[in-house]
Design a binder for this molecule. Structure first.
Ligand code: PLP
Length: 396
């Protein structure tokens, strides 16, 4: 099929839940994607914060080739070496004592909510069932995940969703304390909100949530599906705050583009779960676990994280220079290689104009350009990004 036929087939046969630009991507190398007409794009979307190692990473390709000849799937009825090794690695690199593997971010959120509910059910039956989530949150598209997602557009048309959710303002200590009452089972927060506009939780806010959760016996759940695994320059986004959760969800970059999520938890949470309480056919199978282990090992390497901090600092300076010279940029958000650029022109038109110049961008709301490039991005590519972004904003 040629470019036009592919786009027409999409329009004819696909459920139209996405508005896609008029090009067809066919290959990638490093931080660049190429379309069927041979055009090159600097990718600052990375499959929505997934392709941390960029495209055609040789170590990922090698493990895929090797594992294709080994086990791909056997179900979670059996032990596999690959799954055990990935679980051990994640435990060694985090606050957690135990791991459960899912197939996506939303599924990790569903599982996290179930684990929290189960623990509280053992202690208090259904009385302590309320989940506190935050304005600006996004946790996925399944029924439980949309229930804890603030944006009404994602939630209201699917009512009734999971009951027992209370939303509190983000970074508002007093309001959060009031919302986290004795009936609260768990508090769910993204240390840096992604879809909601790249808003960063202050260390004081995370510490206050930890304290309040301990006071009322609620579990603290960090959703690091977008901000975790190196994106902010530390392995976990919450590291800088010094606060640790009871449960953490991760996904996006974990599988280098293959679907996998994980729920990391303390032993106290794990103790509430009996065999049969939760499960999945595919989650953390040997193929995906082998790939994810390579991804985690590469991202967790001190030199890799140092690179993210170094180019993240360079990007920060370049964005501040852009803001100083471009009045249409009104605010900069985020940390490391998870940045939001607020503009006073429609973000969607900046994105469309950037596409024309060979730069892939994604928005986060109506006025935020979200920058989540592959973590392997170099200074020269950041120069290219700033140049093209600046021109797109100018023309918007
Ligand atoms: C913070 C956060 N949580 C959960 C999800 C849902 O993940 P998935 O799309 O893999 O279901 C996303 C996806 O964008 C996310 O950014």
């Amino acid at each position: 099929m040629q470019t036009r036929e592919i786009i027409d087939a999409d329009h004819a046969y696909m459920l139209q839940t996405y508005i896609r630009p008029e090009f067809v991507l066919e290959r990638g190398q490093g931080c660049y994607l190429y379309d069927t007409e041979g055009r090159r794009y600097l990718d600052c979307v990375a499959g929505i914060a997934v392709s941390a190692l960029g495209y055609a990473d040789p170590d990922v390709a090698a493990v895929i080739r090797a594992q294709a000849e080994g086990l791909i799937h056997v179900s979670n009825l059996y032990h596999t070496r690959e799954q055990a090794a990935l679980a051990q690695l994640l435990v060694e690199l985090s606050f957690a004592d135990r791991v459960f593997f899912s197939n996506s971010g939303a599924e990790a959120i569903e599982g996290a909510l179930k684990l929290a509910r189960k623990l509280q059910y053992e202690l208090h039956q259904a009385e302590k069932h309320v989940v506190v989530a935050f304005e600006g949150s996004f946790h996925g598209r399944t029924m439980g995940a949309v229930a804890v997602t603030a944006r009404e557009k994602y939630r209201l048309p699917f009512a009734p969703v999971m009951p027992g959710v209370r939303f509190a303002p983000f970074n508002d200590l007093a309001a959060a304390r009031a919302a986290i009452a004795e009936d609260v089972c768990a508090v769910l927060i993204e240390p840096i909100q992604g879809e909601g506009g790249i808003s960063t939780a202050t260390p004081e806010f995370l510490a206050a949530l930890r304290q309040r959760c301990d006071e009322v016996g609620a579990l603290l759940i960090f959703d690091e599906i977008q901000c975790g695994l190196g994106r902010t320059g530390t392995l976990w986004a919450h590291e800088l705050s010094g606060v640790t959760p009871d449960i953490m969800t991760i996904a996006k970059p974990l599988g280098a583009g293959f679907p996998i999520g994980a729920i990391l938890m303390t032993q106290a949470v794990a103790d509430a779960i009996q065999p049969g309480d939760h499960g999945t056919t595919f989650g953390g199978g040997p193929f995906i676990a082998a790939v994810a282990k390579v991804v985690v090992e590469k991202i967790a390497a001190p030199a890799f994280l140092e690179h993210v901090r170094e180019v993240g600092g360079y990007l920060d300076e370049a964005l501040h220079d852009l803001m100083a010279s471009q009045p249409r940029v009104t605010e900069l958000r985020g940390r490391g290689l998870m940045r939001g650029v607020q503009v006073n022109v429609p973000a969607a038109s900046v994105r469309a104009l950037a596409h024309e110049q060979g730069l892939l961008l994604v928005t986060a709301g109506d006025d935020i350009i979200r920058l989540v490039p592959p973590l392997i991005i170099e200074r020269a590519q950041i120069d290219e990004l700033i140049d093209k972004l600046g021109r797109a904003i100018e023309r918007a």
